[in-house]
Design a protein around this ligand. Sequence first.
Ligand code: NAP
Length: 440
Amino acid sequence: MADLQPLRVAIVGLGTVGSGVAKILLENSQHIARRSGREIDVVFAIVRDPTKPRGVTLPDGVLATSFELMESPEIDVVCELIGGTTTAGDVVRQALNAGKHVVTANKALLCEQGDELFQLAREKGKTICFEAAVAGGVPVIEGLSQSLAANQIQSIEAIVNGTSNFILTEMLDHQSSYEDAVARAQEKGYAEADPTMDVDGTDAAQKLTILAQLAFGTKASLNDFPRQGIDKLKLADLKYADELGYRVKLLAVAKRNGDFLELHTQPTLIHDNLPMAAIYDAYNMIEIEGDAVGKTWFSGMGAGQMPTASAVVSDLIDLAVGRAQQTFPLLDLWGQSEPLRILPAEKIERRYYLRFHAIDQPGTISSIATILGNHEISIASCIQHEFEIHPADSGEGKASIVPFVVITHTTTEGQMRAADEELIQCDAIEPDYLRLPIQD
Ligand SMILES: NC(=O)c1ccc[n+]([C@@H]2O[C@H](COP(=O)([O-])OP(=O)(O)OC[C@H]3O[C@@H](n4cnc5c(N)ncnc54)[C@H](OP(=O)(O)O)[C@@H]3O)[C@@H](O)[C@H]2O)c1
């Protein structure tokens, strides 16, 4: 071990994750040196404001403010941990151009600029490691690219947004409104002050594009597949799903379907007897099915300082021992083969949960059934409760509103979209009609 030179690291961005990485590298240095066969040294930690408290004590001379230091001959690897896509993209390009390997936790950057950055890394003979970009501390990138390399991957189904999963758990377990559950997620540090990217499905969809490219070679951008967040869900929907034997989860799916790849990120009713239904709080789970191995499950904390830092440091250890260079060429292999094309959304086949707030008057249910029938969508079951909104609350002279839930048999997204157009015009239902896919 003593013969090998240390791996010399510049951490760029010393916020939540960057400070965690510095902490692990400093506090676990001997253990890491034993596992890596060489030391991993933090040479520079580059920040905007050197006076800001960082929650970690760095050796003298490490804290710096100049991005130029990334290019120093004293550096082998740059950890991009600032987030966002503009400055972060520049940092990664600068590091690669200076002949440094890169480790990043930035799914937004990889989703938006991954192609260009991976191409640059190949040209420079360098590696971009990104274990922390999907599911934080859960080793799914290494699992997919190394441990399951013998398999043709059949499907990936994933809960990869811990914030959404926490909010959904909180709503059902504490009978909270969506708004109260978001506030609780913010109090616990699981949600940003502006949680939009988490709750509108963007974050999970970005992670799905990374997994889909690794597993199937398919390059997808966010507009190529259905994406829906949890921000329109009401506690009542979670309760109706529960009554029917399902849990609602924000599920990201990439599934082989003939010569095509089915892709979507949507709140989904998952049957209670499936492992994914039992994932609670901010935990993540990724189910990967390979043709040889069958189903495997990767689960753990998908975000947070130390879980995410754990994944970043594992990438550094891979670089130190030379394993990372074996993973990275996988992306090249896909570049030479014919990737699966994305299945047009209209052709996706599933069962659906439909929730209406229907006007309690004769003929309402038959209007809904007729519209569904017009599009050859057949009803598997339905539930109707007595008044959700009492007549007295619905305004003088107005009919009361009742919740009405329909579970369909398998149908296509295309048929459902055509039915939606008629349903939202139907006078017998309120405009807040909700449709979610079902995973049995
Ligand atoms: N937090 C998590 O649980 C988690 C989980 C998985 C992945 N990630 C990813 O990890 C990355 C970092 O996230 P984070 O939560 O650690 O973010 P953060 O706490 O906001 O830290 C970002 C750091 O980058 C610095 N920074 C931002 N813009 C900069 C600029 N233009 N020039 C120089 N420095 C700049 C900030 O400097 P100041 O300190 O001076 O403001 C801060 O130190 C992101 O890509 C995120 O998506 C985070």
